[in-house]
Design a protein around this ligand. Sequence first.
Ligand code: GAR
Length: 191
Amino acid sequence: MKNLAIFASGNGSNAQNIIEHFSKGGTARVKLVICNKPDAYVLQRAAALGVPSVVLPRQELVSEPPVELLSLLAEHSTDYIILAGYLLKIPAAIVEAYPGRIINIHPALLPKFGGKGMYGKHVHQAVLDAGETVSGITIHLVDAHYDNGTYLHQATCPVLPDDTPDSLASRIHTLEKEHFAEVVERYISQK
Ligand code: GAR
């Protein structure tokens, strides 16, 4: 049984999907949610699902090395880190400590629409501004650069002529729900 730590910054629908998926049994369980915002809704979701959460200040989460974060992950015997709507850059010390064991979901088809500042609605607005007719999700391993690691899975959905960032976000969330937990499970069980 592998132990997962979820990093999340906001609403937490992906965190909830992952927690619920692995609470039914399988190869892994979610031991901990780590969040950088004390008022993030993901904290309420984690509490409702019986998963402990810890809020750490931004400066701790981005420091090199993030001493408190590393010891928290070790205390919970973390095998894999899942970034589920997490908006801070992962420190190099964490990437080095968890090589090939950090998985992110990005709400667009990388390599387009990725990089610093590209998160949530900003991504969907950029997709609409570019006149794309297809968008989707990219589930990938995390390395030292934003949105750069090996892709594990991509899935697509149409962009409709009357889409707003909200309507596109909602279609993307449906794709995320369909694929994220399953791709994580498949990857972990092949390791
Ligand atoms: C998700 O769409 C996720 O793909 C995206 O933020 C949203 C979080 O929603 N992540 C990024 O943009 C990372 N660059 P959630 O809090 O409801 O899971």
